[in-house]
Design a protein around this ligand. Structure first.
Ligand code: ADP
Ligand code: ASP
Ligand code: MG
Length: 235
């Protein structure tokens, strides 16, 4: 039995069928006796669509309001996943970043996680629930909603894994691991079985989207083991 923080990216929850697929995978982990905290990104291109709408009505939208808007994307996916799990008879609860105790700076649109009050998550876990946390967001000490920068759900997952002392963090995405280059662009890229934090940080800073740089930094600082996997196969 392991205690795992899992993160499912936008493509892994792009439509209801994929949300169901994620729910089945969660059920398999529970059947194997694991305990789970699950971080979810917004469905498919939702964040891009929300951004597009804001820029349709304003050339430079106020950043606090952008964060109010963008954070709604993840609220849709966590609640839908929790509802789907309930339909399978699985007890879960969805939480916004703020409800999950993620406290950030007030640097809107690129806020930094300052601390995590994990008591609420721990208490739901002890009730036997799967805790589903909205990625990419937190709240300031003044209760304002913030977001963590594009790709920020990775940071949510790695920071939660550190704060909760998870055995490891699993990042489920649309490629089956970290490759020597973007496998969608470089056909000969091959999968790297193990990569150090320093090498991963370098790749992330050069634009490898697969793991956000801040997520790598958190993992290195707190010694979180990170597994990158595809949500479309069992590799
Ligand atoms: P998610 O929505 O699951 O967070 P992202 O689109 O943010 O997924 O990241 C996964 C994408 O990262 C892959 O589809 C791939 O095109 C890209 N990518 C870039 N560089 C790499 C790399 N070195 N290894 C694996 N994937 C990479
Ligand atoms: N939904 C956010 C984004 O598109 C966060 C994430 O996907 O990690 O950047
Ligand atoms: Mg991403």
């Amino acid at each position: 039995m392991n205690f795992i923080v899992q993160k499912y990216g936008g493509s892994s929850v792009a439509d209801l069928e994929r949300v169901r697929h994620v729910a089945y995978r969660i059920r398999e982990y529970l059947e194997q006796g694991h305990q789970l905290v699950v971080v979810v990104s917004a469905m498919g291109k939702t964040t891009d669509q929300l951004l597009h709408m804001a820029f349709e009505v304003h050339p430079r939208p106020p950043e606090r309001e952008l964060d109010m808007l963008l954070a709604t994307g993840e609220q849709i996916s966590v609640s839908l996943l929790s509802i789907t799990l309930d339909s399978l008879g699985i007890n879960s609860i969805s939480l916004t970043g703020g409800q999950a105790g993620i406290i950030t700076s007030d640097f809107y649109t690129r806020a930094k996680i300052l601390r995590i009050h994990s008591d609420r998550i721990r208490s739901h876990l002890s009730e036997g629930k799967v805790v589903i946390v909205a990625g990419f967001q937190g709240k300031t000490s003044n209760e304002d909603i913030t977001t963590l920068g594009r790709g920020g759900s990775d940071a949510t997952a790695c920071a939660l894994a550190a704060a909760l002392h998870a055995d490891y963090c699993e990042i489920f995405t649309d490629v089956s691991g970290v490759f020597t280059a973007d496998p969608r662009i470089v056909p000969h890229a091959h999968k790297i079985n193990r990569v150090s934090y320093d090498e991963m940080a370098e790749m992330a800073s050069l634009g490898a989207r697969v793991l956000q740089l801040r997520a790598v930094d958190f993992s290195q600082k707190y010694g979180v083991r990170v597994h990158v996997r595809s949500s479309f196969n069992k590799e």
